[in-house]
Design a protein around this ligand. Structure first.
Ligand code: AHN
Ligand code: ZN
Length: 334
């Protein structure tokens, strides 16, 4: 009787233990199987990046209207992004500040900073800009040059991939701590029709501010990855010049991972141009790279860049998937 009761107790304990293991281990679906063929991969399960979810995040941002500083759409989007990151389990800081634009306008700006496992000293920083350009100054029709753009690719795509990444991290934590920063006022740079000579760098004002005044003065991360224009059709990502100077090993790791995952048509082994983007300023604190669609031989940025055609219709889920899945592979293998 006694031994029976003990064996019953042991069985219960064993079952309880099994339940804990099953509940805490992340359940993953089929896509992780392709990951096992990647080179020298430790046996980790990488979540399946959902490109439909990322695409919906592009649509959601664009539905607010152009996210131009000092507009209602901009304020409402800032609140939405912070709420969405909180809903996905992150600790979120909205870093509000004012900056002077190229034309002297005071812009009310906000960097949105989300942290997972803030106690973990071993961290990776992921970032994108969330504001959109007030001017379609590259539009074929010059009548549109002072009209704000939707920024489905230029702005929303990087944020969308990172929101889907946040959703995945909430479902199952990687071993490294992750910070996600959505930088503001990246795209308010001086247009060609400005009357005054350009003073300093009028682009990337949000990341310039953060590099001077980070949310935490002791902030450290192993490296940073910027996503910019990661949703275009026929996009190709080259090894961008500043990234190769700041963090060549990270470029190598990301490009090799993408190729092993079957995204070699997107991530090509060619040296790209030097892009002035948020990674330049973040790079003063964290060695950072830029995944950006830029092909010098093919006219530079995507054809919709800074035009009224930077719309949801020109977003490609295949590109979002290639970038998002590669990013997940990299962070879950740290
Ligand atoms: C300039 O064109 C100066 N910088 C490219 C960074 C950028 C603009 N990314 C998106 N829009
Ligand atoms: Zn832009």
């Amino acid at each position: 009787m006694r031994s029976r009761r003990y064996s019953f107790v042991y069985t219960c304990l064993w079952l309880a233990g099994l339940a804990v293991v099953l509940l805490t281990a992340c359940r993953r679906n089929t896509a992780s199987s392709s990951v096992s063929s990647a080179p020298a991969a430790p046996a980790v399960q990488v979540p399946d990046f959902n490109a439909d979810s990322a695409f919906a995040y592009v649509e959601r941002q664009v539905a607010f209207g152009p996210r131009v500083p000092n507009t209602e759409a901009h304020r409402r989007t800032a609140a939405y992004l912070a709420d969405e990151l909180r809903r996905h389990g992150a600790q979120v800081i909205s870093q509000n500040f004012q900056v002077r634009a190229y034309d002297g306008t005071t812009l009310n700006a906000c960097n949105i900073i989300a942290s997972y496992a803030p106690e973990n000293k071993d961290r990776v920083l992921l970032f994108a800009h969330w504001d959109t350009r007030p001017y379609a100054d590259n539009d074929p029709d010059s009548k549109n040059h002072r009209t704000p753009i939707d920024g489905a690719n230029d702005g929303a795509s990087g944020v969308a991939v990172l929101l889907e990444t946040a959703r995945q991290i909430h479902a199952c934590s990687p071993r490294v701590g992750i910070d996600i920063i959505f930088f503001d006022v990246e795209d308010y740079g001086q247009p060609y029709f400005a009357r005054q000579p350009e003073e300093g760098d009028t682009w990337a004002l949000g990341s310039q501010y953060w590099a001077r005044r980070p949310h935490n003065p002791a902030y450290r991360a192993r490296y940073g990855i910027l996503l910019d224009m990661v949703g275009g059709k026929d996009s190709r990502f080259m090894r961008e010049g500043v990234s190769m100077q700041q963090a060549p090993g990270v470029v190598d790791k990301v490009w090799k991972a993408a190729q092993a995952l079957g995204y070699g048509d997107y991530f090509v082994d060619e040296q790209g141009g030097y892009i002035n983007d948020d990674h330049v300023y973040v790079g003063r604190r964290v060695p950072s790279i830029d995944i950006i669609a830029y092909d010098e031989a093919d006219g530079g940025f995507v054809p919709q860049w800074h035009t009224l055609d930077d719309t949801v219709e020109n977003i490609d889920k295949g590109t979002l998937k290639a970038v998002g899945q590669t990013l997940l592979w990299v962070i879950y293998n740290e």
